[in-house]
Design a binder for this molecule. Structure first.
Ligand code: SF4
Ligand code: SF4
Length: 248
């Protein structure tokens, strides 16, 4: 038996079993999980002052602004929220205490069957979100086993994945990419940057969010979000998302 075949036999299957099974702890770094308040928000007076992006107030936690810096750990928060943290409405990323509500927009592309093509546009990122998205096509995440393929043309794409804060220069290119896609189509904003500006919010030459440029169907919070959170968002547009045990 050739040695490479023997090695593969001995190693077994290394590809993640997500979404058939839940994400394992080692698949999601601690800072890939959303911060969850451990008690009532109005008792957590120190956390809002520590949060660099204004994600924490005494009334709510805005996951769309959170950059997972972990400064709120030890002052009333723990990074232990669900990896399936993407939402179909921007407003649902704002948790008024406790865990988020029901997911929305599931199955937007269900009529396409069990296969979609994804086109990614970087409108002004630090490159970290790009790498997490591209990791989906490596042998570990192996998105092709789930019918998720990357394409280099928006004309062949069903899903537009956008990373980064829209710079003034990228407004027209991303708009043209969106308009070139055939219907039905879905737009996924990956990371705090396209959702709220993230750490760059308020900087000159940037739009406040992707929603200010094109319609967005799914929001994946994080800085960057782990690949499994991005995978969950794509599966949600296909109507194949995994709901964690106990619901959300
Ligand atoms: S982890 Fe998020 S919520 Fe906590 S301080 Fe950092 S940005 Fe704010
Ligand atoms: S969300 Fe964070 S990781 Fe992603 S592009 Fe913005 S700064 Fe980089």
């Amino acid at each position: 038996m050739p040695s490479w075949l023997q090695m593969a036999w001995e190693r077994g299957i290394l590809t993640t079993r997500y979404p058939r099974e839940g994400a394992r702890a080692e698949e999601v770094p601690v800072t890939g999980r959303p911060p969850v308040p451990v008690s009532a928000l109005d008792h957590l007076t120190e956390a809002p002052a520590r949060c660099p992006t204004g994600a924490i107030t005494l009334e709510a936690v805005d996951q769309g602004k959170c950059v997972r810096c972990a400064r709120c750990l030890g002052v009333g928060f723990t990074l232990s929220g669900p990896v399936e943290s993407s939402e179909g409405r921007r407003a649902d990323l704002v948790w008024a205490g406790g865990l988020p509500g029901a997911q929305t927009n599931d199955g937007l592309l269900a009529e396409l069957g069990r296969s979609v093509h994804v086109f990614m546009v970087d409108v002004g990122s630090c490159m970290a979100c790009n790498l997490e998205v591209l990791a989906l096509s490596n042998p570990y995440y192996d998105s092709q086993r789930l019918g998720i393929f990357f394409t280099n043309s928006p004309r062949h794409a069903d899903v537009l994945v956008v990373v980064g804060v829209p710079t003034d220069e990228m407004v027209e290119p991303v708009r043209r990419a969106y308009e070139a896609m055939p219907a039905p189509k879905a737009v996924i904003a990956v990371g705090a940057c396209p959702i709220s500006g993230g750490v760059f919010a308020g900087t000159g030459g940037l739009k406040p969010s992707l929603e200010a440029v094109i319609p967005v169907d799914r929001f994946v919070p994080g800085c960057p979000p782990p690949p499994i959170a991005i995978l969950h968002a794509i599966l949600a547009t296909m109507g194949r998302s995994r709901t964690p045990p106990g619901g959300r």
